[in-house]
Design a protein around this ligand. Structure first.
Ligand code: ZN
Length: 539
């Protein structure tokens, strides 16, 4: 694998001399501005608001399905298990609107009944051995929980996360096996260094059923749904889901009380996805409602009212920040929430709204690629937070800081631009309309820079490939015509522009951008997997 030089590498969003780009930026004429204002107004009218508690579809995206109505009629599903009217339900006045079961591949069955008790929707979910399916009647016998509406939503997002976690842990153990194979660590009598021996020990601990992850999926009446991911002796992992009854002793653990009889058991992530699909079918989030579902990215920004919006609006936490200090704090807190790491934000010298838009772009990047080692976001230039050398009129600069930590980077925005919102916006919109850059606004600039940060994290693999492509005949003009003129500068800028294109335009991005984004994703996954593989070895 190519290793970057330790010397800091610098890259800019735009040519250092923005005053003389190949295509001269033209101020937007007055008529053009009002046309833009009209478009903006109609866009705003078209904004559909979404509740922050809105459910996700099985792909993890926010969905438009009306949970309330669909829950009441069971999403059109029938009471398949014929539970309505059974004692334990009837006694509490609960009508069973829909019921279904899911048989896990290696363990027990999830019995599910969606009920309506005097207008209150609930899900009774019991985990029983396949032999006991017919005996389940939704009563409190230690293996059933009752979830209210928010509990159901919580369970759905927890299961989507569990699906990811299972895959991640499976990848981690696979990476460890590969690493050990590379030094023949499994060969009998192999001479191993202490570090290699630690890796082998770590492997056997996992393979012996070592717990890799555990927690609670959802809490409700009568108990909680707990999960556990542990290694197995076939170089894979198993995930278990079981009920911890409220009456359980304080020292109860799933690991200790686990049997194939009392837990759903999965040896691959697909099974977890199927369980979620079945739950969705029951609660009206599945195929029945899918045709009416509009898809939104899980990292979709929020409007000022805190609801999910269709535009590049600013999330509530940032919109609330009234000055630069509050914005720095809010952005750092959001980054911490997303990545679990500390990222320093310093928007000194920025117009607050421009700062919010820059922060939103960076956070969207982090939400999509949370392991990217971005350590610092700040400002430079006139009135900025720091002096990072001469970068003239560049909108922003991303510096690789490999000298401190391999793959790490910092993003710096030019306070000279960021302090003059009208001029900045006019230049961005004007140059974008001439095909110069993918981004038409400050958030787009931030996403472009984040593209460089991802590239640095992957040690320049994506830009290396993009650069090769550019040097092929016609590569440069293809970049210019299908991505942007600025993308034709070099492999690094092509990568950053392609990244911004996909982040801003999704499926509407150019084919070249989507291809390069896919490449970045592959390299990112590889780096993240390696980082994880290393992380499980005691140091
Ligand atoms: Zn750039």
């Amino acid at each position: 694998m190519k290793r970057m030089t330790v010397k800091d590498r610098v890259t800019t969003a735009w040519p250092v001399e923005i005053t003389s780009p190949p295509i001269a930026p033209t101020p937007i004429p007055k008529a053009g501005r009002s046309a833009i204002a009209e478009i903006v107004a109609s866009e705003l009218e078209a904004i559909r608001k979404f509740d922050p508690h809105q459910p996700r579809d099985p792909a993890g995206k926010w969905s438009l399905v009306n949970a309330v109505e669909d829950l009441l009629d069971g999403g059109g599903k029938a009471d398949k298990l014929n539970l309505d009217g059974l004692g334990p339900f009837a006694l509490t006045g609960a009508r069973v609107r829909a019921s279904d079961r899911y048989r896990s591949p290696n363990g027990s069955t999830a019995m599910m009944a969606l009920t309506d008790t005097h207008g209150k929707r609930e899900l009774r979910l019991g985990i029983v051995s396949p032999d006991d399916e017919r005996k389940w009647s939704g009563s409190n016998l230690g293996s059933t929980v009752v979830l209210d509406d928010p509990g159901i939503t919580h369970l759905r997002s927890s299961l989507a996360k569990l699906h990811e976690d299972h895959q991640e842990e499976a990848d981690a153990i696979e990476a460890l096996v590969e690493d050990i194979d590379a030094f023949n660590g499994f060969e009998p009598g192999a001479q191993l260094s202490p570090r290699q021996q630690a890796m082998v020990d770590q492997y056997w601990q996992m393979a012996d059923g070592g717990v890799m992850k555990q927690g609670t999926l959802a809490s409700g009446q009568w108990g909680e749904l707990r999960y556990l991911i542990r290694g197995n002796d076939t170089d894979g992992v198993d995930t278990f889901v079981a009920v911890r009854p409220t009456s359980a002793p304080a020292n109860w653990t799933l690991q200790d009380s686990l049997t194939r009889e009392n837990a759903l058991a999965f040896d691959d992530a697909d099974g977890i996805g199927k369980f979620l699909d079945r739950l969705d079918g029951l609660t009206g989030h599945g195929t029945a409602g899918r045709s009416a579902t509009r898809r939104f990215d899980p990292d979709q920004p929020r409007g000022p009212d805190g609801k999910w919006s269709l535009t590049g609006a600013i999330r509530h936490a940032l919109a609330e920040a009234g000055d630069v200090d509050a914005l720095n704090q809010a952005a750092s807190a959001e980054a911490k929430r997303i990545t679990g790491r500390d990222t320093h934000f310093d928007f000194t010298g920025c117009d607050v709204q421009i700062g919010r838009e820059h922060a939103e772009g960076v956070l969207r990047g982090l939400e999509r690629f949370p392991k990217t080692k971005l350590t610092r976001v700040s400002t430079f230039g006139r009135g900025g937070a720091e002096d990072i050398g001469q970068h003239g009129d560049a909108y922003a600069v991303t510096t690789a800081t490999h000298g401190r930590e391999l793959g790490s980077s910092e993003i710096h925005f030019n306070a000279g631009w960021a302090s003059q919102p009208d001029t900045y916006r006019a230049y961005l919109a004007g140059t974008h309309s001439q095909g110069w850059g993918v981004s038409a606004d400050p958030q787009g600039v931030a996403l472009h820079e984040f593209g460089h940060a991802v590239d640095f994290f992957t040690e320049g693999q994506a830009s290396g490939a993009a650069g090769l492509r550019m040097r092929n005949s016609g590569g440069s003009s293809a970049a210019a015509s299908s991505v942007s003129h600025y993308a034709a500068t070099n492999g690094g800028e092509l990568t950053a522009e392609a990244f911004a294109d996909v982040m801003l335009n999704g499926d509407g991005a150019s084919e070249l951008s989507k291809e390069l984004f896919g490449l970045m994703q592959t390299h990112y996954d590889e780096m993240a997997r390696r980082a994880r593989g290393r992380a499980v070895v005691p140091s």
